[in-house]
Ligand binder design. Structure first.
Ligand SMILES: [Zn+2]
Ligand SMILES: [Zn+2]
Length: 176
């Protein structure tokens, strides 16, 4: 698999049972749809992040075809942005994987911080990480951000992947 940005070969990192691929050059991250689904956890039902607006309202999606190619299917990715959040993720209409540029990773974490959700999530993940941190493999730059990473995986899983049917529909209506 190759990076949609710089074509470098993607490497694997594992975060608490969830495998992701990342680009060693630009540190963009590829989330496989199945891997996100595997990150589902019964305990998450207690979390109050569901009241965060991001990706909740399908009428706020703005979708456009990109030049970047899916590292799995080699078809163009679609950028999905939301309302005025300034956050943009790239999705594959075939395999439903998600590509996140490094900057978008940070934006999502900043967004959660702004909404006062980040600390809640971090304390939640502290318990999980008692064991999880030991099975982490990946570069140091991600290791320092492991809470952010876990937050992101759960967030994508709960707030973004449920919108795939709507995103697919919008893509089908695009004029090309
Ligand atoms: Zn790259
Ligand atoms: Zn794909």
């Amino acid at each position: 698999m190759f990076c949609p940005n710089c074509k470098a070969e993607l490497k694997k990192a594992v975060f608490y049972n969830t495998e992701v691929s990342y680009c060693p050059k630009c540190l963009g991250i590829w989330f496989d749809f199945d891997q996100l689904n595997r990150a589902k956890d019964e305990k998450d039902k207690d979390l109050n992040w569901l009241d965060i607006d991001l990706w909740e309202d399908q009428t706020k999606f703005k979708i456009a075809k990109k030049d970047k190619l899916c590292p799995v299917c080699s078809v163009p990715l679609y950028s999905v942005s939301y309302g005025d959040s300034d956050i943009e993720v790239d999705v594959c209409n075939l395999c439903h994987g998600i590509w996140l540029d490094r900057g978008e990773f940070k934006k999502i974490i900043n967004y959660l911080e702004e909404k006062g959700k980040k600390e809640v999530l971090h304390s939640y993940f502290k318990n999980l990480l008692q064991e999880g941190i030991e099975i982490f493999t990946g570069p140091q730059s991600f290791r320092e951000e492991i809470f952010d990473f876990l937050t992101l995986i759960k967030f994508l899983n709960y707030k973004f992947s449920v919108q795939y049917p709507n995103i697919k529909e919008i893509i089908a209506r695009l004029p090309y």
